[in-house]
Design a protein around this ligand. Structure first.
Ligand SMILES: Cc1ncc(COP(=O)(O)O)c(C=O)c1O
Length: 395
């Protein structure tokens, strides 16, 4: 007799919106099955290799049996000390390696767990729209609610704090911000962070800044850390990633810094769920932090060169894209008469070039699509060429 199994996932998992990236994968599979040569500018995965010194450090570390056991929950002392020094060099901020720094299995893990560690059912967290999807997932998985504040081009993709209803601000627990921003490439000033710190202090909200793109910056631009604002440690935590800065997306390592209590809570959450990042990866991260400046600039420099010809190329096709100061993304308007999914599907069918529909980043973002600069120069140029030949333009 065959037993009928019917075990459903939890309602909170079922309630999550469909991940548009999964649909995008299906489109790509279909296109590949038709024999199309895809140029995938839909993903945010760096196409460059991890610097050689980092790989070497990992290989050496692997040979040391001490690194074969469970790592420490907080991360190695040497790594946390290296992070503190790096933060001082980059931003002039001081963090105590003892209790103001927590290593992570990537910023994504930390961001989701922070929300889960603080959110009770019915709590409200504020997340911008568009946004990196993870910023809302931890809240939803805790049966909390997300209030989306719109990021509009006319406000340089910064949230208009006055647009947030008083009752939402009163009830909100966490306010997530991400600058340099995925997907808009918007950047924030120190004055903006000051406004955010004041706002969050006024309403007793935990300010969570996601600085995953801190090192993907162009033309000498330096993105501020929230902790450059005096008194930010009272209210804020900030997340960093090695993924983009050092082409280490597959290694899975990042860190959180800031208010001791928030770091302690995140640590408590993690001790219940994971064992931290492998010691081998931590040794690789230490080597990354010690890389000479020119090697990090080399990674950014590649994106800057690509940004230059891609902005020019899109503008020749009728867009009016400004030169971005950071990130590996261009955020482009969808022409009238299309929603973002139909627009991206049309481009894919006609050209084999993959972009991400804006709707993947929030329900208010259907008027845009995202192009990632994550293919070699010749493939990016070919993508522009295919668009032009297929008559794809902004009108
Ligand atoms: C805004 C933002 N934050 C965090 C992450 C995740 O970083 P990590 O690879 O360290 O988990 C990403 C990845 O694309 C991102 O775009």
């Amino acid at each position: 007799m065959q037993i009928k199994i019917n075990i459903k996932p939890s309602q909170k998992l079922l309630n999550l919106p469909t991940y548009v990236f999964a649909e995008l994968d299906e489109w790509k599979e279909e296109a590949k099955a038709k024999g199309m040569d895809l140029i995938d500018l839909g993903i945010g995965n760096p196409d460059g290799c991890t610097p050689e010194a980092v790989v070497k450090a990992a290989v050496e570390s692997l040979k040391n049996p001490k690194n074969h056991g469970y790592p420490s929950f907080k991360g190695k002392d040497e790594l946390r000390e290296g992070i503190a020094q790096w933060l001082y060099n980059k931003h002039g901020i001081t963090m105590d390696p003892k209790d103001e720094i927590q290593t992570l299995i990537g910023a994504k893990e930390g961001l989701a767990h922070l929300a889960m560690a603080y959110t009770n059912p019915g709590d409200i967290n504020i997340v911008p729209d568009p946004y990196y999807p993870v910023l809302s997932r931890g809240t939803w998985l805790s049966n909390g609610e997300v209030y989306h504040v719109k990021l509009e081009e006319k406000n340089n993709f910064l949230p208009d704090l006055k647009s947030i209803p008083e009752e939402v601000a009163q009830k909100a627990k966490i306010f997530f911000v991400n600058y340099p921003n995925n997907p808009t490439a918007g950047v924030a000033t120190k004055e903006f962070f000051k406004e955010m710190v004041d706002y969050c202090k006024k309403y007793n909200i935990l300010l969570c800044s996601d600085l995953a793109y801190s090192q993907i910056v162009f033309d000498g631009y330096k993105p501020p850390s929230v902790f450059e604002v005096e008194g930010a440690k009272d209210i804020a935590i900030e997340f960093y990633s090695f993924s983009k800065s050092y082409n280490m997306a597959g290694w899975r390592i990042g860190f959180a810094v800031g208010n001791k209590e928030f770091i302690k809570t995140l640590y408590a959450m993690k001790t219940n769920l994971d064992y931290g990042t492998s010691s081998i990866i931590q040794d690789a991260a230490i080597a990354a932090l010690n890389l000479p400046e020119d090697q990090c600039c080399h990674i950014s420099g590649n994106y800057q060169r690509r940004r230059d010809f891609m902005v020019e190329g899109f503008n020749k096709l009728g867009w009016n894209v400004k030169k971005t100061q950071a990130t590996m993304y261009l955020w482009l308007q969808v022409p009238q008469g299309y929603d973002s999914k139909t627009w991206c599907k049309t481009i894919l069918d006609k050209t084999g070039v993959v972009f991400t529909p804006g709707i993947a980043f929030g329900k208010h973002s259907d008027g845009y699509f995202r192009a990632s600069l994550v293919a070699p120069d010749n493939r990016l140029m070919e993508a522009l060429d295919r668009l032009e030949k297929a008559g794809i333009k902004y009108s």
